[in-house]
Design a protein around this ligand. Structure first.
Ligand SMILES: [Zn+2]
Ligand SMILES: [Zn+2]
Length: 256
């Protein structure tokens, strides 16, 4: 019964995705969230109503992890479990709608939503100012096997856009993922940390890195993956600070 339900749900999702793609062929402006099409507006993926409802993260927030609601240098969570990175910011809170946008960005092709993210970022000058404190941009790498399956790394696409906006180099080869890691959310903190040990390594391309560097990924859930990547980068003497940016964050991610 459960299997039947799951199959029906995924079949329904597939049909919906297909009909969305077909509609997009005849009407380029087709909202991914409410299925409206032919609307007036700049965005080919989101209608103005849905765009106005995006849950942007606004100040006040923790200066270290960017957790909204607390204007302090470090929130209690950061004091309890310091991260591997020095500061983190996200554009949006992760809710069901944002999850659908990120999913489309990840699985519906290279160009999906890239211009939208760029436009939404440009609307947040304070965030752009913070991003610009970095001297180089590094996407969180995928394991080569995962990269072959998916065809592209969405974090790399995003990092390229951000680097171009800031006029900074994007050093995608500086960091590599050396082995596949299990999904982080269902594991205990200790298991997550163990699972991520030695999952990343720097390469010769990292020799150019110095000062503050910016790690980029699509979503932060536990913070464990970004912490592991940041810790490896911080072993390089020329790097002073590692900042992390994600498009979205879970309402209260558990730090590691
Ligand atoms: Zn809409
Ligand atoms: Zn914090």
């Amino acid at each position: 019964m459960d299997l039947f339900h799951t199959l029906r749900q995924s079949g329904y999702r597939l049909l919906k995705q297909l009909s969305h793609q077909l509609t997009r062929l005849v009407a380029p402006n087709c909202c991914l969230l409410c299925d409206r099409f032919g609307y007036e507006g700049e965005d080919a993926w989101l209608c103005p109503d849905c765009e106005n409802r995006l849950p942007y993260i606004e100040a006040p927030f923790c200066q270290r992890c960017g957790s909204p609601g607390l204007a302090s240098s470090q929130c209690p969570e950061c004091l309890r479990h310091p991260h591997g990175f020095d500061q983190h910011r996200s554009l949006l809170q992760l809710n069901a709608n944002v999850e659908r946008l990120v999913h489309a960005f990840k699985y519906q092709g290279k160009r999906a939503l890239l211009d939208s993210w760029r436009r939404w970022l440009r609307q947040k000058p304070l965030l752009v100012e913070w991003l610009a404190t970095a001297e180089a941009v590094i996407p969180l790498p995928l394991h080569p096997m995962r990269l072959r399956q998916r065809g592209y790394n969405q974090a790399h696409l995003l990092a390229t856009v951000i680097a171009k906006e800031l006029g900074r180099p994007c050093l995608a080869q500086a960091l590599v993922k050396t082995r596949q890691t299990p999904t982080q959310t269902s594991l205990s903190r200790r298991a997550r940390l163990n699972g991520l040990r030695d999952a990343f390594a720097t390469t010769r391309a990292a020799a150019d890195l110095h000062g503050t560097v910016l790690l980029v990924d699509d979503v932060i859930t536990t913070g464990g993956t970004l912490t592991a990547a940041a810790s490896v980068l911080k072993q390089l003497q020329a790097i002073d600070r590692v900042h992390a940016f994600t498009l979205a964050r879970t309402p209260r991610y558990r730090s590691t």
